[in-house]
Design a protein around this ligand. Structure first.
Ligand SMILES: [Zn+2]
Length: 429
């Protein structure tokens, strides 16, 4: 892919033009009378000449800029819900002194994350501290070592709006954000203050700015403290529209929303999900990352023209599924790595989706030395390698089936006109 290497060439070209421009400008000054000595040229006429040359150079530079074409791009890798159930807490525990260790989850997926400019996940637990007690379902609180493992794995952006955001109430929200700060994460979805909530998260790289927001349908009936609505972003179309306007004003090229919604264990989006997605696209959102159902739902790529005839593109993955959890069977141990390349074209500055890939994953859980081990396996790799650490031959056969089935499922809502976006289009049957 062409990167922004051309600006360096332009700079050299600019320097070259500058050197001839001064001479060119001087040549345009009034010709000297024969009798006059060159040393007596008026200083002001030299500056006149330079100014004229500079103006012309600027015009030529502008024309030149308008005539060149190049692109920049960013790759955004997004996963679904990051959960820690009781079995995982037991498995991650080393000793009171050494604490917890979650790194095994990510060994097989971190090489994929390394390809991303932005790596996003939804933290569906709190990091509220050991004094609040570490627990899994139904009210989650996980050790801070989870944030360390996420950082080690390659995540750099975390969304925190989900139905478990308030599992350790306000203090849990605040402490979770502190733990994320300690690891240098960018995050959105829960906030310490109104001011923090009103500042859109802007992810800028290679001259492409993505505004990221996160919202949840609710907080499992745990009330948001009075006067502290800013703590958790709830789905609210009017608020979301206002956020879109603010993000555009802040210079966002792309608006992405992580939305925690849908019905648990349903593999197709609900009417409410589809309706909200339609409304968000109409309001100007470009990318929607759904999570919460604990199973993967399909994705769509839409292209449409607005009333002014301007073309739009939108990508929605209705549910990314569980990325890591202790839920087993009925597709709950399967998830997705959603890999999206966004490209900006110059000189038009038009932003397009260049390539999309939904990579199915499986949470393998096995015993080793009397302890459970969890590993997230990219299924394509397992099929290719015919194995992975901790997998039995029997499992490989099962995972091959899962891989094929899940790839069919995630692509099931795509029209054929969007296949050009896919790195690996589904096989025609
Ligand atoms: Zn949820």
């Amino acid at each position: 892919m062409r990167k922004a290497s051309s600006p360096l060439l332009l700079l050299l070209f600019f320097a070259f033009l500058l050197s001839i421009a001064v001479g060119y400008g001087l040549a345009q000054t009034e010709p000297m009378a024969q009798s006059e000595q060159p040393a007596q040229v008026e200083e002001s006429s030299i500056f006149d000449g330079i100014t004229k040359g500079k103006e012309r150079l600027q015009r030529e530079w502008q024309d030149f800029r308008q005539s060149i074409h190049y692109t920049t791009s960013v790759r955004v890798i997004t996963v679904g819900d990051i959960m820690v159930h009781d079995n995982q807490l037991q498995a991650a525990f080393i000793s009171p002194e050494a604490g917890y260790q979650f790194d095994s989850y990510f060994t097989e997926v971190s090489p994929i994350f390394a390809e991303g400019d932005w790596v996003l996940g939804n933290l569906e637990t709190t990091l509220a501290g050991s004094d609040k007690g570490f627990t899994g379902y139904p009210q989650f609180n996980s050790p801070a070592e989870l944030a360390v493992a996420l950082k080690n794995a390659g995540f750099n952006v975390i969304t925190t709006a989900n139905n478990h955001s308030l599992d350790r109430r306000e203090v849990g929200v605040l402490r979770t954000l502190d733990r994320l700060d300690e690891q240098g994460f960018l995050y959105t979805g829960t906030f310490r203050s109104e001011a923090e909530r009103n500042e859109p998260l802007l992810l800028t790289k290679n001259n492409i700015t993505i505004a990221l927001f996160a919202y949840t349908y609710g907080t499992n009936g745990i009330p948001i403290p009075n006067g502290k609505d800013y703590l958790v972003n709830l789905i609210d179309l009017e608020q979301m529209k206002a956020d879109i306007v603010k993000a555009r004003q802040a210079g966002a090229d792309v608006i992405a929303m992580a939305v925690h919604f849908g019905n648990e264990y349903q593999r197709e989006p609900s009417v409410q999900q589809v309706t909200l997605v339609d409304q968000l696209f109409a309001a100007g959102v470009d990318i929607i990352y759904g999570s919460h159902p604990h199973v993967v739902q399909p994705f769509e790529i839409r292209t449409w023209e607005d009333e002014a005839g301007k073309e739009h593109q939108g990508v929605v993955i209705y549910s990314l599924g569980n990325f890591i959890s202790d839920q087993r069977g009925d597709y709950k141990d399967l998830g997705l790595i959603f890999d999206l390349t966004i490209e900006k074209e110059y000189p038009s500055q038009k932003v397009i989706f260049k390539q999309v890939e939904a990579i199915p994953t499986y949470v393998n859980r096995y015993w080793q030395d009397g302890k459970r081990i969890y590993r997230i396996l990219p299924l394509e790799q397992v099929v290719k390698d015919q194995g992975a650490e901790g997998l039995t031959a029997q499992q490989i056969t099962q995972l091959e089936k899962y891989h094929e089935e899940l790839r069919g499922h995630v692509h099931s809502r795509l029209g054929e006109n969007v296949f050009q976006f896919l790195r690996t289009p589904p096989v025609e049957k």
